[in-house]
Design a protein around this ligand. Structure first.
Ligand code: GLC
Length: 422
C-alpha cells in the first residue's frame, strides 16, 4: 500500500498524470527567443496540449529583456488579453506586480519544490506572482584545446584572463586566424550589460550598486577599478563591436571558434555541444574571474512564468504554467537545453549532471549568485539599471573616466530615488 502511494505521489510530482480543468481553450504564451528558447518552449506546450486538449499560441517577443519589458508594459497598460502567460525576468516581479495573477491557489504548494530564494523573489505582498522556470548565473566559457596548446590554465583573476586572452589571440592570429578574439561578453547598453558590469564590480569588492538597505553604494574606488579594467579590453582582447553585443552575438563569435573566452549564461553550453558546433568537445565552463584579491561574482539571472491578470482563461493559463515549471519539464530542458532547474533535487539527478557537468562543479555559484538590486529599488529597478548600464557603456566606449561616470551615476540614482527612501 505504502509503495503504491509513493509511486502515485512520484508520478504526480513529475506531472505524468496531467489534466487541466477545461479543454478546447486557446492560450497565448511568450517564451523568449534567445538560443533554443522557442523550440524548447514549443516542445513542452505541445506536450501539454496533447495531455489537456487545449491549444497554445506563441507570441513572438524581442531578444533583449529590456525590450521585452517595454513591450509587456505597453500590453499591460492597455489591459490586453492578447497574452495569457508571460515569461518574467527575475528582476521584474516587484515592478510589474499589479498585472500578474496570484498563482498560490493553483500551485497548491508545488512552489515548495523550488529554491526558496527564488520563490521569495517571486512572492510580492504575500502573493505568488510567478512560478520559477529556470535560473541563471554568469559563467566563463573557455577553449580547452587552445589553453592546452599554449600551456595556460583557466584564469582565476581578470588580470590573468587579460594576459591569457592576449597570448592565445596573438598566437592564433599569427598562425592564420585573423578573426580570433580574446574575450566576448554582453557590452550593449541594456540589461545584459548591467549583469556583466555588476559581476566586474562585485568581484572587485565594489558592492552591488544599491545595497539591501537601499543605500546607493556604487560610487567607490573598487567599482571604478573594475570598470577601468573592463574598458581596457575594448579593441584589445575584445572587438570594439562588443559594445553592441547581446548574448547571442557573443555566442555567435565563440561558437564559430573565434574567441578564447566568453561570458554567457548556461544556455550557451548545450548549443556549443551541438552536432553542428565547430567547438563541440573543446569547451570548458568555470567561475568568472575575480578582481585582484576579491571574490568571483556571478550575477543571478533567470526566468519565471506568470499569468497576466487580464487573461480571459486564467485557470487554464495557470495550469499551463504549472506544467511548464514542473520537474518533468525542467529535467528535460536541463538535459537537452542546459537550462538550470529551479528545483534543487534535479541537481542530484545523474542524467542532468552528465549532460551539464558544470551544474555539479558550479552548484555553489548558482545558489550564491549576486542578485541585482531589484528588491531594494522596487518599481524603480529598471530606471536604476538603465542608469548603471549607460554609465558602464560610457566608460567602456572611452567617453568617460570611471570615477567621473560613477560620481555622476550616484547623483542620477539619487534623483531616481527622490529622497532618502525608495
Ligand atoms: C538572462 C538572464 C536574465 C537577464 C538577462 C540579461 O536572460 O536570465 O535574468 O536579465 O539575461 O540579458
Amino acid at each position: 500500500m505504502k509503495a503504491i502511494r509513493t509511486t502515485c505521489l512520484a508520478a504526480a510530482t513529475l506531472g505524468l498524470a496531467w489534466s487541466a480543468a477545461q479543454a478546447g481553450v486557446t492560450v497565448t504564451v511568450s517564451c523568449g527567443t534567445v538560443g533554443q528558447d522557442l523550440e524548447f518552449c514549443k516542445k513542452a506546450t505541445d506536450e501539454w496540449s496533447k495531455k489537456t486538449g487545449n491549444t497554445v499560441k506563441h507570441l513572438t517577443i524581442p531578444q533583449s529583456t529590456s525590450d521585452i519589458l517595454g513591450l509587456f508594459r505597453q500590453m499591460f497598460a492597455a489591459k490586453s488579453s492578447d497574452v495569457d502567460v508571460v515569461s518574467v525576468d527575475v528582476v521584474w516581479p516587484s515592478s510589474i506586480k499589479a498585472h500578474l495573477l496570484d498563482l498560490g491557489p493553483y500551485a497548491k504548494g508545488a512552489e515548495k519544490n523550488h529554491f526558496p530564494a527564488i520563490v521569495a523573489n517571486n512572492t510580492v505582498d504575500g502573493q505568488l506572482l510567478a512560478m520559477p522556470w529556470f535560473t541563471d548565473a554568469g559563467v566563463l566559457y573557455y577553449r580547452k584545446d587552445l589553453l592546452e596548446k599554449y600551456g595556460e590554465k583557466p584564469p582565476t583573476t581578470w588580470d590573468e584572463l587579460t594576459a591569457t586572452a592576449r597570448k592565445v589571440m596573438d598566437g592564433e592570429r599569427k598562425s592564420g586566424n585573423a578573426d580570433m578574439q580574446g574575450y566576448v561578453f554582453q557590452g550593449k547598453a541594456y540589461e545584459g550589460l548591467t549583469c556583466n558590469a555588476l559581476e566586474w564590480v562585485a568581484s572587485y569588492g565594489g558592492g552591488s550598486i544599491v545595497d539591501a538597505k537601499g543605500d546607493i553604494t556604487i560610487n567607490n574606488p573598487q567599482a571604478a577599478k573594475a570598470l577601468t579594467t573592463a574598458a581596457g579590453w575594448i579593441g584589445t582582447i575584445a572587438p570594439t563591436g562588443v559594445l553592441n553585443y547581446g548574448e547571442e552575438d557573443a555566442r555567435g563569435v565563440f561558437q564559430k571558434g573565434n574567441s578564447v573566452f566568453m561570458r554567457n549564461w548556461p544556455y550557451a553550453w548545450s548549443l556549443s555541444q551541438g552536432a553542428d558546433s565547430p567547438v563541440k568537445g573543446k569547451v570548458g565552463v568555470v567561475n568568472l574571474p575575480k578582481g585582484g584579491d576579491g571574490k568571483p561574482a556571478a550575477t543571478l539571472g533567470g526566468w519565471q512564468l506568470s499569468v497576466v491578470k487580464y487573461s480571459k482563461n486564467p485557470a487554464v493559463a495557470a495550469d499551463l504554467v504549472m506544467y511548464l515549471t514542473s520537474p518533468e519539464v525542467q529535467k528535460d530542458r536541463a538535459i537537452k537545453g542546459s537550462y538550470n532547474p529551479t528545483i534543487p533535487a534535479l541537481y542530484k539527478d545523474a542524467d542532468v549532471i552528465a549532460a551539464n557537468p558544470f551544474f555539479g562543479t558550479l552548484y555553489e555559484t548558482f545558489v550564491t549568485a549576486v542578485p541585482r538590486p531589484a528588491t531594494a529599488t522596487g518599481a524603480k529597478y529598471n530606471e536604476v539599471s538603465a542608469a548603471f548600464w549607460n554609465a558602464s557603456h560610457s566608460v567602456l566606449s572611452g567617453n568617460a573616466k570611471a570615477d567621473d561616470a560613477l560620481a555622476k551615476l550616484d547623483g542620477r540614482i539619487k534623483t531616481i530615488r527622490r529622497g532618502p527612501k525608495w
